[in-house]
Design a protein around this ligand. Structure first.
Ligand SMILES: C[S@@+](CC[C@H](N)C(=O)[O-])C[C@H]1O[C@@H](n2cnc3c(N)ncnc32)[C@H](O)[C@@H]1O
Length: 246
């Protein structure tokens, strides 16, 4: 680990999550957007040039390694949280995560869907475009699994190109998507760990919802972006608390 930043209710570590997770105390939930499978990385590498409405590129080369080789170790550490273990993945990755989680002490619940109404069309017309991603959820806590959304279906619909998109990370998640997940699965004051924080979207949503946040990121340029975004979100929140922004 080469840097630690404390920003209000957030603690951010620059380094490898496989080295840092074993050093952390207990956390309530893990909500993470880890690197996808190697097959997805390979397909993203071959597509460049499409431009988003905000001028950024749809497909930026992925400058981090796929999840395949470290998935089991991430599950081992993830099983030690006290609540939900949530991991984003491709449709093709759902079975691999379920196969890894099932032998662990966690209880695999199901794969939820993130529907992307504005996802990139299949430009070569040779088959259907990807219109959704998934996140698997497993309960690592004691007793019955608990969440705040009653009988709600696990379907989350959010555009990729929202006006608040930061646009600096090739796989940035929409902040509103992360806010909806945090509202459904976690409670005020609880601690959320994102061991693959990237540009920090989970952390932004966490501090906006008055959760504690621990984020880990391997690459310094993404770590710096995350620190800035989380600090801004924290200051924004403090504006509503008399005296806190001073
Ligand atoms: C899919 S991206 C997360 C994007 C994030 N959700 C956002 O909105 O910006 C995964 C991130 O994990 C980081 N990463 C990959 N391996 C890691 C490791 N072993 N420890 C910590 N971070 C890692 C990558 O550098 C990348 O930024």
């Amino acid at each position: 680990m080469s840097r630690v930043e404390h920003i209000g209710n957030a603690t951010l570590y620059l380094g490898d999550c496989l080295e840092i997770m074993p050093t952390l105390g207990p956390v309530d939930h893990i909500i993470m957007d880890p690197p996808y499978e190697a097959i997805m990385h390979a397909s993203k590498g071959g597509m460049k040039g499409l431009v988003r409405p905000d001028g950024s590129h749809h497909w930026k080369p992925l400058d981090f390694a796929p999840i395949d080789e470290i998935r089991d170790e991430v599950i081992t550490w993830g099983a030690q949280c006290d609540g939900w273990f949530i991991a984003f993945c491709t449709s093709e990755g759902v079975g691999r995560w379920a196969d890894g989680i099932n032998p662990s002490p966690m209880r695999y619940k199901r794969a939820c869907v993130w529907v992307k109404p504005d996802s990139t069309p299949q430009m070569n017309g040779q088959g259907p475009a990807q219109g959704a991603e998934h996140f698997v959820c497993a309960w690592a806590g004691q007793g019955f699994a608990r969440w705040n959304a009653g009988g709600k279906r696990g379907v989350y619909t959010h555009c990729v190109n929202s006006p608040e998109r930061e646009g600096t990370h090739p796989t940035e998640k929409p902040r509103r998507l992360m806010s909806e997940i945090i509202a459904d699965f976690t409670n005020t004051g609880q601690t959320i760990l994102d061991p693959f924080m990237g540009s920090g979207t989970t952390g932004v949503a966490a501090v906006m919802a008055d959760r504690r946040f621990i984020g880990i990121e391997l690459q310094e340029h993404y770590f710096d972006i995350a620190a800035r975004r989380i600090e801004e979100a924290q200051k924004q929140g403090d504006l509503f608390i008399p005296g806190a922004a001073a």
